[in-house]
Design a protein around this ligand. Structure first.
Ligand SMILES: [Ca+2]
Ligand SMILES: [Ca+2]
Ligand SMILES: [Ca+2]
Length: 263
């Protein structure tokens, strides 16, 4: 036995009450346990415990508060971001929808225009084919064609009125000279013949067979002279200048004639 054991002369003397001793031991055990067994659920480690061994609830509350603020800010940020993304997506979808609608409208409009153009061209083609058929048929019967008109040259001689009746019977009328070009064309037919011009209704007032009044005449020099009551006009190719070839003659005289049919 060591001497130290006996240094306390009263090793078994215990003046303190048992209850107090138990309390001190429990407190020491609790302190030791908290120092070496910290838990994540506690939120603090043992070293953060104050000297009294109590939990620093104030610091944890601040930490949790900051964490909540950060989480709230994150949630708000994500909410703003997704709202903006959804709005952008809706805007793009609306733009695409509008673009597609415009595309459909344009496509429909272009299709209708093409259809209308096709119908017009088809109709025009039909008219041209009919016109070509009429021209070909008349040319086979001896008619001449120029600038949308067919011309029939008689091989007989008749009065002005008989000549006109012949033209009407052919679905035409005595020629009406509407332009300098037509005057030249008729002149080059090399035929002295009645044309569809007369002043039989009112002397000196020359009118075409369609009722229109003469505005530009291609009279030979000194004509019309109404010599012995001449009320019907003829073209005479023997005159030198193609645009000065008309003469007034007696309507009862026999003459060749030229019919015109506008195609
Ligand atoms: Ca004419
Ligand atoms: Ca006359
Ligand atoms: Ca005359």
């Amino acid at each position: 036995m060591s001497e130290g054991v006996y240094e306390n002369p009263e090793p078994f003397k215990d003046d303190e009450p048992d209850a107090m001793k138990n309390t001190d031991i429990d407190g020491q055990l609790y302190n030791n346990l908290r120092a070496f067994k910290s838990s994540p659920r506690d939120g603090v480690v043992a070293s953060e415990l104050d000297s009294s061994g109590k939990r620093p609830s104030g610091v944890a509350a601040v930490f949790l508060g900051l964490l909540c603020v950060l989480l709230l800010a994150g949630i708000i940020g994500l909410s703003v971001y997704y709202n903006r993304a959804i709005k952008d997506s809706e805007d793009k979808r609306n733009i695409l929808s509008q673009s597609f609608s415009l595309y459909k409208i344009n496509t429909t409009s272009e299709r209708d225009q093409l259809q209308t153009r096709y119908n017009n061209l088809t109709e025009e083609k039909g008219h041209i084919q009919a016109k070509l058929f009429v021209i070909e048929q008349h040319c086979q019967e001896g008619w001449r064609y120029s600038d949308s008109s067919l011309y029939f040259l008689s091989t007989e001689k008749k009065t002005w009125e008989e000549s006109r009746q012949d033209c009407l019977g052919r679905g035409a009328d005595l020629v009406i000279i509407n332009s300098r070009e037509e005057q030249t064309f008729v002149f080059n037919l090399h035929l002295s013949a009645w044309i569809g011009l007369t002043d039989s209704v009112t002397e000196g007032i020359w009118k075409w067979v369609d009722g229109t009044t003469l505005t530009t005449g291609y009279w030979w020099k000194g004509q019309p002279d109404n010599y012995g009551q001449e009320d019907c006009a003829e073209i005479n190719f023997s005159k030198g200048d193609p645009v000065t070839t008309w003469n007034d003659d007696k309507c009862g005289a026999n003459n060749s004639w030229i019919c015109e049919k506008v195609v």
